[in-house]
Design a protein around this ligand. Structure first.
Ligand code: GAR
Length: 202
């Protein structure tokens, strides 16, 4: 199984979905460490309940963004992880960080990219009048939320949806596509091409 580090900032429900999937003996990846920039992230406790190494690397402990990122890279590399999965990690990564894991780092985003990059995606989808919304797993590149797409799932918008009800249904879809996308990456079914495009194996 390919070793994976998961980066979180909060609840960690997507992290939980990856851990749950990885418990299957046939799943091609295993979660070797969970790293949070927030010491009080609920996901840290959840990971520890599964016996997974879980560490906080708070931004406030470092003088600069570069020093903080260097500490996270050190933690990832110490774990032996080959792949990195961002799961609600709410900090913009530098180009250096992204390039360190080029083609080996993926993210889940709560919209059908390229629509609604950034924050407050459910509010914006409702305000736009979208009838279809959803979620995306993509390779991480320097431009935020613009990396090549690996997997998406569409979610219908209902007439009486609020940002909260819509977010809850999108989250269920996130929990389906993130384990699927990580399995595709870990098993070599998908990779990032040199030109920054998604390549699926034949
Ligand atoms: C998820 O909806 C994820 O897609 C989103 O944060 C939530 C984290 O929930 N990520 C982003 O908005 C990234 N820009 P979780 O901690 O329960 O997985």
């Amino acid at each position: 199984k390919q070793p994976v580090a998961v980066l979180i900032s909060g609840r960690g429900s997507n992290m939980g979905a990856l851990i749950a999937a990885s418990l299957d003996k046939d799943y091609p990846a295993r979660i070797v460490t969970v790293i949070s920039d927030k010491p009080d992230a609920k996901g840290l406790d959840h990971a520890r309940e599964f016996g997974i190494n879980a560490v906080a690397v708070p931004r406030a402990d470092f003088d600069s963004k570069a020093a903080h990122e260097a500490a996270i890279i050190a933690a990832i590399d110490a774990s032996g992880a080959k792949f990195v999965a961002l799961a609600g990690y709410m900090r913009l990564l530098s180009g250096d960080f992204v390039n360190t894991y080029a083609g080996r780092m993926i993210n889940i985003h709560p919209s059908l990219l390229p629509a609604f990059a950034g924050l407050a995606t459910h509010e914006r989808a409702l305000a736009t009048g979208c009838r279809v919304h959803g979620c995306t797993v993509h390779f991480v590149t320097e431009a935020m939320d613009e990396g090549p797409i690996i997997e998406q799932e569409a979610v219908r918008v209902e007439a009486n949806d609020t940002p909260e009800t819509l977010a809850a249904r999108v989250l269920e879809a996130e929990h389906r596509i993130y384990p699927k996308a990580l399995a595709m990456l870990a098993s070599g079914q998908v990779r990032m091409g040199r030109g920054g495009q998604t390549r699926f194996a034949d």
